[in-house]
Unconditional design. Structure first.
Ligand code: NAD
Length: 362
């Protein structure tokens, strides 16, 4: 089997998760990660055995002075990889592209970059096939990933005549302390918000209009969708079944008692614990069965998006598409199996509970 050598430049919220995902793939090898400054994240890389390289104007001696061994500079990492996943803050990727091009290395960029940073914008369910063999790809943002995945369910089955979505956006990631609001609701006054046009960088014909508000939460975004379909599904149950049978969708049934994002992320923490993981992530689009409704040609559904992790499997599939390692469904299945996505079977209890009939009275 071919093994693609991968580097990750920018080891923050997205980069560290992508690195963790790369090491779990059967056909990818993590050669190293690059950071500009020493920090607890740099320590995390060392702890996990990821060779650490210094990017930008960072000084290797500074890392060494804090007991963080460095494997070299970014230029040395570039000489050792086939592809670089750039997970640096927005607009830095565009500058970095010059370095990747000069080194003859392919690159995957993130949604904070403008679309023209790469040959194409990517979502695994929506346009994997058209991205095969590209030298550079841009994985669209968390919200656009959620929208284009949902479009990949709706378009082939019923067609989309018109789609209105309001995005209720989280104010900051849990690890951030400089963003807000901490109180209040901020409407995005530019209409449409940038998400609709961004979705069309993946699906050019998608008739979608997006509006957005920012609210004081860090857990997840929530999308409120109203889609006018071209052909009417037979029932709400048909739409539920379509989402349920698509990879990267996680539906909560009414009996599960997941009322909103707090319970979703509690589930994610429990699932990570069961699987022996350390990062509580929800890489799937999350829908509530009770919040999916069909009324003639109109479909309504809510979906929650875990901004810190939803793009991680897409970064892995983007690499497979670029190197033409597999078709879309095969890549998605390989990635999801490696990451333990979907409902993992319950771990057996260490000690079986005693049935009530056999309990001895005290
Ligand atoms: P982040 O700030 O958490 O991490 C970025 C990391 O890159 C930091 O560790 C920073 O120190 C490092 N860095 C800065 N300049 C660098 C340079 N020149 N070379 C190497 N490293 C450098 O940012 P993030 O949230 O992981 O975002 C990264 C990209 O992913 C952005 O394009 C963003 O829009 C996109 N994205 C973010 C989210 C999210 O919710 N966090 C979701 C989807 C996509």
């Amino acid at each position: 089997m071919v093994t693609i050598r991968v580097g990750v430049n920018g080891f923050g919220t997205i980069g560290k998760r992508v690195a963790d995902a790369v090491v779990r793939q059967p056909d990818l090898e993590l050669v190293g990660v690059a950071k500009t400054r020493p920090s607890f994240d740099a320590h995390r890389a060392i702890d996990r055995g990821y060779p650490l390289y210094v990017a930008g104007a960072g000084a290797p001696e500074k890392f060494a002075s804090f007991g963080l061994p460095v494997a070299g500079r970014l230029s040395e990492l570039l000489a050792r990889v086939d592809v670089m996943v750039d997970a640096t803050p927005e607009d830095v990727g565009r500058e970095n592209r010059k370095l990747y091009d000069a080194a003859g290395v392919r690159a995957v960029f993130q949604g904070g970059e403008e679309a023209d940073v790469a040959d194409a914008s990517f979502n695994a369910l929506a346009n994997y096939e058209t991205c095969r063999g590209k030298r550079t790809l841009r994985v669209v943002s968390c919200n656009t990933t959620g929208i284009t995945r949902a479009a990949a369910v709706l378009l082939p089955r019923w067609g989309v005549a018109h789609w209105e979505v309001t995005l209720v956006r989280r104010a900051a990631d849990p690890g951030e302390s400089k963003r807000g609001p901490v109180d209040g609701i901020l409407p995005t006054l530019d209409m449409p918000s940038h998400h609709g046009p961004d979705a069309r960088t993946v699906l050019p014909e998608l008739p979608i209009t997006t509006t957005a508000v920012v609210v004081p939460t860090t857990l997840m975004h929530v999308h409120v969708n109203h889609v006018r379909l071209v052909r009417a599904p037979a029932s709400s149950a048909e739409l539920v079944a379509a989402f349920r049978s698509t990879p990267r969708f996680h539906l909560f049934a009414p009996w599960e008692g997941a009322d909103g994002t707090p319970q979703v992320m509690e589930y994610a923490r429990d699932r990570a614990g069961r699987a022996g993981g350390t990062t509580a992530d929800m890489m799937e689009n999350v829908l509530w069965e009770r919040g999916i409704r069909v009324d003639g040609q109109d479909a309504y559904f809510f979906q929650a998006i875990h901004q810190e992790s939803i793009v991680v499997p897409e970064n892995i599939d983007a690499i497979r598409a670029m190197f033409d390692l597999a078709d879309g469904p095969t890549s998605i299945a390989t990635t999801d199996r490696a990451l333990g996505l979907g409902r993992s079977p319950r771990a057996p209890l260490a000690k079986a509970p005693v049935p009530p009939a056999q309990r001895t009275a005290r």
